[in-house]
Design a protein around this ligand. Structure first.
Ligand code: FAD
Ligand code: SF4
Length: 334
């Protein structure tokens, strides 16, 4: 590990000024992702500005019925918060499906959202990787790609975003409050993440030195919600596929819904085609399957991840059945 300087921030503005002024500086929160990267040689900042104490226990009501979550709020605290459990259970389910108790005690809200891909080549500095070293190539395209993307990937990068919380935040229509050297701006979490395109080095639209200070949730969506994660082990494993879903019914018809896939793309994948197919319709088994198929029409598989298409389809249909009380029917082979 390369030597680095360490400074504990006492306020957000000075943290932003310090990091923005030094291209080799980085924010440090719980450190559960960044410190791994220091040890692996994936990241080598000259200065770490520790922001983990800023807004560490802030969960407060907003006048419009929403909730403001401080960026430093620990994953365990957020998952257990009574208001979150009562009104945003999707968030608790997503958080509790991730990592382990010890990690969740250290990991923060912003750090979780900004964790980097778990692609093995990215974390192995002896391998080429366009995300780590632009122009060096993407060995995952022809190599080990079981966990990799089937939606929105590019020839330059087929990585997936690993955060469970991010998928839930997109489904909840959350907004990141971001402080930069020029002041504050608000970024919907749905627009925070980038697809890789020809520049996979950048995961998000944030500029160097921009600090997430809080995440705001709108008033509860209502209806029913579920976060379901499919993975290789029952715990302590990243999603092969996950679904964050919220559905509001009225008179037997889907009044409104939000559907997001995790584990399928470089960003949480808002399943807008599936939403459009179901909004205003009666949720029959046929309609649920057609909606999932409409979303996955553009899926492009690699040598090792073709199983993700039926897995994503079946997971989405199964979650929607549960949320709309549709009984499962055998599939017609014809
Ligand atoms: C074994 C293991 C299993 C795991 N399993 C899962 C899982 O199943 N699901 C899941 O979602 N996650 C999982 N994780 C990832 C874990 O959730 C993340 O490591 C953690 O959430 C990162 O939060 P942190 O506060 O420690 O971030 P840090 O490691 O401190 O920072 C992460 C990144 O965010 C940046 N950053 C931090 N705070 C801010 C801020 N306020 N503004 C701007 N930039 C900031 C840092 O500069 C860094 O680039 C796992 C991790 C491990 C080690
Ligand atoms: S998928 Fe992306 S992160 Fe993985 S090796 Fe290719 S370029 Fe690197």
């Amino acid at each position: 590990m390369k030597p680095f300087a360490y400074r504990r921030a006492t306020d957000a503005r000075s943290a932003v000024a310090t990091v923005a002024a030094d291209p080799a500086a980085a924010f440090l929160a719980g450190g559960t992702n960044l410190v791994d990267h220091l040890k692996l040689g994936v990241a080598s900042p000259s200065l770490l500005v520790d922001v983990s104490d800023l807004a560490a226990d802030l969960v407060e009501h907003l006048p419009d019925g929403g909730l403001r979550i401080g960026a430093g709020t620990r994953n365990s605290d957020l998952a257990a918060h009574p208001v979150v459990r009562a009104h945003y259970p999707l968030l608790s389910e997503a958080l509790l499906s991730g990592a382990s108790g010890q990690l969740r005690n250290a990991a923060t809200t912003a750090g979780n959202l900004l964790q980097r891909t778990r692609c093995g080549y990215f974390r192995d500095t002896t391998a080429p990787c366009n995300k780590r070293e632009p122009g060096s190539g993407c060995p995952a395209v022809e190599g080990h790609n079981r966990h990799h993307a089937i939606l929105g990937a590019s020839p330059d990068c087929v990585a997936t975003h690993p955060s469970d919380l991010a998928a839930a935040m997109v489904a909840l229509d959350a907004t990141a409050v971001v402080l930069g050297p020029d002041g504050e701006r608000r970024v919907p979490i749905g627009g925070l993440y980038r697809l890789p395109g020809d520049d996979p080095t950048r995961d998000t639209v944030l500029a160097h030195g921009e600090l997430i200070t809080a995440v705001e949730l709108p008033a509860p969506f209502g209806g029913r919600a579920r976060y379901r994660k499919v993975r290789d082990r029952a715990s302590f494993a990243f999603a092969l596929v996950s679904v964050a879903a919220a559905v509001r019914m009225h008179d037997g018809v889907v009044e409104d819904l939000r559907l997001v896939f995790g584990g399928l793309a470089h960003r949480p994948w808002r399943a807008a085609h599936a939403e459009d197919a179901l909004r205003g319709s009666a949720p029959t088994e046929v309609a649920l399957r057609a909606a999932a198929d409409a979303e996955l029409l553009d899926a492009r598989t690699l040598s090792g991840n073709g199983f993700k298409v039926p897995l994503a389809r079946n997971t989405l249909v199964s979650v929607l059945r549960e949320l709309t009380d549709v009984a499962a029917e055998p599939e017609d082979d014809a």
